[in-house]
Design a protein around this ligand. Structure first.
Ligand code: SF4
Length: 220
């Protein structure tokens, strides 16, 4: 099953790299589909690729990535044991905020990645991924407070770049990060298992090919 999941994620990644469904691909070097363990219990969702991510085609590889890896070490994990993705898969010019139509165009890719990986915890990094699950949430009020829904936890954290800009947030970020293991334990209890098994195949179409590119592709 893991092999199938990896294959489906690879196919989604190939579609992302070829995607022109919104304007963001223009001027970029690489699409950044996401990376990590297809069987991950934790999935991090950031905002969009930055300069270094665009150059390497990988998420969170600059200073923010180094900080994220430092936080992962606190809970004895590394980036290969989690899955890291973004709301939009190509770098917005000059690191501007992604626009609503761009996020809508890119949404099918992220939705499918979540469906395939079926993580126990989705950790949102930054306001755009947070808004998917906490539409009216304010990060200063809800960071570190998990929401349990449908056998999964949604866990909002500060964006690493925000912590780097404002180091006074660092103790809070560390405390929130350390709670991730408790959040996973709670989800496992709620799913009625002491360990994540071979992910019960609640979704019969997991072995099917990934969806085609977003409909907007037909416009190009
Ligand atoms: S929809 Fe996503 S993958 Fe496609 S061009 Fe826009 S940002 Fe890139």
């Amino acid at each position: 099953m893991t092999q199938d999941r990896a294959a489906v994620l690879a196919e989604i990644a190939a579609q992302v790299r070829a995607c022109k469904a919104c304007r963001l691909w223009e001027g970029t070097t690489n699409g950044v589909p996401g990376a990590g363990d297809p069987n991950a219990e934790i999935m991090f969702i950031g905002e969009g690729p930055g300069f270094n991510e665009d150059k390497k085609g990988l998420p969170f590889v600059g200073r923010s990535g180094n900080y994220l890896e430092k936080m992962l070490k606190l809970i004895n994990l590394n980036r290969n044991q989690v899955f890291i993705a973004n709301v939009v898969k190509h770098r917005p010019p000059d690191n501007r905020d992604p626009l609503p139509d761009e996020m809508a165009a890119c949404k099918p890719y992220l939705d499918r990645q979540i469906e395939v990986i079926d993580p126990l915890v989705i950790v949102t990094l930054g306001r755009f991924s947070m808004a998917r699950y906490f539409p009216n949430g304010k990060i200063t009020q809800i960071h570190g407070k998990p929401k349990y829904e449908d056998g999964r936890a949604y866990y909002p954290l500060f964006h690493p770049a925000a912590v780097l800009r404002n180091p006074t947030l660092e103790p809070q970020m560390e405390a929130d990060f350390k709670k991730i293991l408790d959040v996973i334990a709670e989800v496992k209890t709620q799913r009625g298992a002491s360990a994540k098994p071979d992910k019960p195949d609640t979704n019969n179409n997991k072995n099917e090919p990934p969806p085609g590119p977003p409909k907007q592709l037909s416009l190009f």
